[in-house]
Design a protein around this ligand. Structure first.
Ligand SMILES: *Cc1c(COP(=O)(O)O)cnc(C)c1O
Length: 372
């Protein structure tokens, strides 16, 4: 039998290998300077990120979860407050709310794209509701006009989990800029992925920015004395140097991801059993960056087996459960669209390191499964 190369879900070694020499130069340079913590590469990255998004402050943090937590604490969200979030998300969204002392309240998604359903927010609003935390999932921004209208009507704040959406826009506006703050993740599998954990909080609010800057560094400000209770969630200078290199190439990264999404769509759109995510050119209001390619398939499990036999990896996010379905977390709510979504959703590999030949092999296998 002919040997077939496995297609992994994220080819992690390629993250390094595609620019190995440049990365080794960067690492050697940073380490030679002894520039480990809170050095100029971090400052440069923060300035570059703020400039790329067009926002006043970007603050490097250890990871997105800590960014969300720091932002919530800076906005004085805590005990007695409720924050509404879509249950189709990584548990980190709810975890940050919980760790801030507040209560995470899951709401439903809309079938069109699996994102927060603006019309399911109101029924979860109580006297305790402080804020809405939309999640810009899979590199696509929620219906922010409608979500903002609900927030405005009830006097709620908006905080964005934009972990998966750096560079995505909605009606021309960047992910992370719709509320009081947004947070990004630079986990290696994210569209801008460093060699470990990394994250950033962005905001136009000076008070939130100052508070988060102190919070990430033991509550200290520019003087050595603490000005508030803080912890340690700084972004490593070495990771910031790696991110500087990647940010300079980020528009090409997005373009490559959109190209792969287009290739998937062209090859698979005729298959009745599949509901593909909105295409890269399918929606006037949204510019999606395709952090993931999440589709729905009626015959999902059989399809995944078929792909796996052909050494093609696929994935179901978060072990196949929405946040409210994890028994240990103690939620007691039914969210029909989310629950239905999780019966059919799966991810095909999509990353900027894939070759067209790999994408085509995946498409051919899917088409073969459906006999088209
Ligand atoms: C990755 C991710 C996070 C967490 O990011 P970390 O940097 O790993 O803390 C939070 N929310 C969503 C939607 C994510 O995809």
């Amino acid at each position: 039998m002919k040997h077939v190369e496995p297609i992994s879900f994220v080819p992690y070694p390629r993250l390094f290998k595609t620019h190995e020499e440049e990365y080794m130069d960067i690492i050697r340079d940073v380490l030679s300077r002894g520039a480990y913590i809170m050095q100029n590469d971090l400052e440069e990255f923060e300035a570059g990120l703020a400039d790329y998004i067009g926002v006043k402050h970007a603050i490097g943090v250890a990871d997105c979860t800590n960014g969300l937590l720091a932002g919530l604490l800076a906005a004085e969200v805590g005990v007695g407050d409720e924050v509404i979030f879509p249950s189709h998300t990584f548990v980190a969204t709810a975890g940050a709310i919980k760790l801030a002392g507040a209560t995470p309240v899951p709401c439903d998604i809309r079938p069109k794209d699996g994102l927060m359903n603006p019309s399911d927010i109101e029924r979860h609003i109580t006297k305790q509701t402080r804020a809405i935390m939309p999640v810009q999932l899979n590199g696509r921004i929620c219906e922010m006009d409608e979500i903002s209208a609900v927030a405005h009507k009830h006097g709620l704040q908006i905080f964005e989990d934009s972990a998966q959406a750096l560079g995505a826009t909605y009606k021309g506006q960047q992910a992370g800029t719709f509320g009081d703050f947004g947070a990004f993740s630079f986990y290696p599998a994210k569209t801008l992925g460093c060699f470990g954990d990394g994250g950033a909080l962005i905001t136009n609010d000076d008070h939130i920015a100052d508070t988060v800057k102190s919070f990430r560094d033991h509550g200290r400000s520019t003087t050595a004395d603490p000005v508030l209770w803080g912890g340690n969630c700084r972004l490593d200078n070495l990771q910031a140097a790696v991110l500087n290199f990647q940010l300079a190439r980020y528009p090409q990264t997005i373009e490559r991801r959109r190209e792969i999404a287009r290739r998937y769509r062209d090859a698979l759109q005729e298959i009745d059993d599949l509901q593909l995510p909105p295409g890269p050119d399918g929606d006037q209001d949204n510019f999606d960056i395709f952090q993931n390619y999440e589709l729905q398939a009626g015959r999902r499990d059989k399809l995944r087996n078929f792909l796996s036999e052909r050494k093609i990896a696929s994935m179901i996010q978060w072990g196949g459960k929405a946040v409210h379905q994890f028994a240990a977390l103690g939620f007691d709510v039914e969210l029909p669209s989310t629950e239905d979504f999780f019966k059919r959703c799966m991810l095909l590999p999509l990353n900027s390191y894939m070759t067209n030949a790999e994408v085509d092999r995946i498409c051919d296998a899917v088409r073969e499964f459906y006999g088209t």
